[in-house]
Write a protein that binds this ligand. Sequence first.
Ligand code: SF4
Length: 374
Amino acid sequence: MTFFDEFQKHDHRRVLDRIMGMKAQDVERALQAERPGIEDFQALISPAAEDYLEPMAARSHRITRQRFGNNIQMYVPLYISNECTNGCVYCGFNANNPVHRKTLTMEEIEQDALALHRQEFRHVLVLTGEAPNAVRNEELAAAIRKIRPLFSSISIEVYPMDVAGYREMVAAGVDGLTIYQETYDPDLYKELHLFGKKRDFLWRLGTPERGGEAGIRRIGIGALLGLGNFYVETFFTGLHALYLAHRHWRSLVSVSFPRIRPAEGGFAPLYQVTDKQMVQGICAMRLLLPDCGLTLSTRESARFRDNLIPLGVTQMSAGSSTAPGGYSHKDEGTGQFNIDDDRSPEEISRVIRSKGYEAVWKDWDAAFLEDTAS
Ligand code: SF4
């Protein structure tokens, strides 16, 4: 059985009808459930639950404190290439966009990595576009090996690989994989991904499982909020995270809530996702999956991010650049999208502390695995 089997059991139209038909008593029942299931989740993300945001937030806060303590784990993206052969209409790296393309050399990757290391970052997310000839598996693995001494945790957000490819990454030192489905609606997916390998909906849908099979320890998923209907996308994201948490229980599953940001190409969101819905989605996800990491990037405004800290978030990016070479070079390539929260890592960690939390720069070391294995 794969996630696709589970996915097929849920008709999109019926999922939406069910969520829209939820009543106050369904939400109250979900809030009282000791361990809310996927039916309860539908109630918690429904319009009917908008009147229950306070109790949802209070419960989400309580569970997060129990499971994760007062820690917010800090990470930073490191873009090593913006070359791409795909045509995703919402992305600045779309092959049709006339942007300044750049793939960092090994030396430049090291310089950017050193710049981030100097800023105290120990968790890094390495990103590329999807251009098989710009950054091949072996080149990515070599880059990972190069920067590995500088970081205790290296995640990747790159083109989907097969299981053997992910095993190669694990051997090189990767412990985390982020892969967004973008939209769980196959028809909309086809409309938004005009050409390139990324058009293959099923190949992408099965990617987190292939990562889990290869032994990647952290698996991050998400839908790009603003593409499909908020309720349907949030439901399928929850279903996917639940499946992965059960099936690949050795991996820590996390969910991100990326809202579309302005980018080269000028794509406008198809759905407006409000701040209130974001809060609702985050709290509902926490109630469905108490041990799930919840990630918030610098796509969101400083004020909104600050307010979300106590509500269930466990990981935040800081000081981000979405351009290759953005941390140490002047001739960096064009960024993937515009970030909103442009405060320095120090400023963000100060805010985190002021809310009674600890900004954690290192909570994992590959040596833990070696110790367990010996
Ligand atoms: S979303 Fe990824 S695959 Fe699509 S154009 Fe952007 S970088 Fe390329």
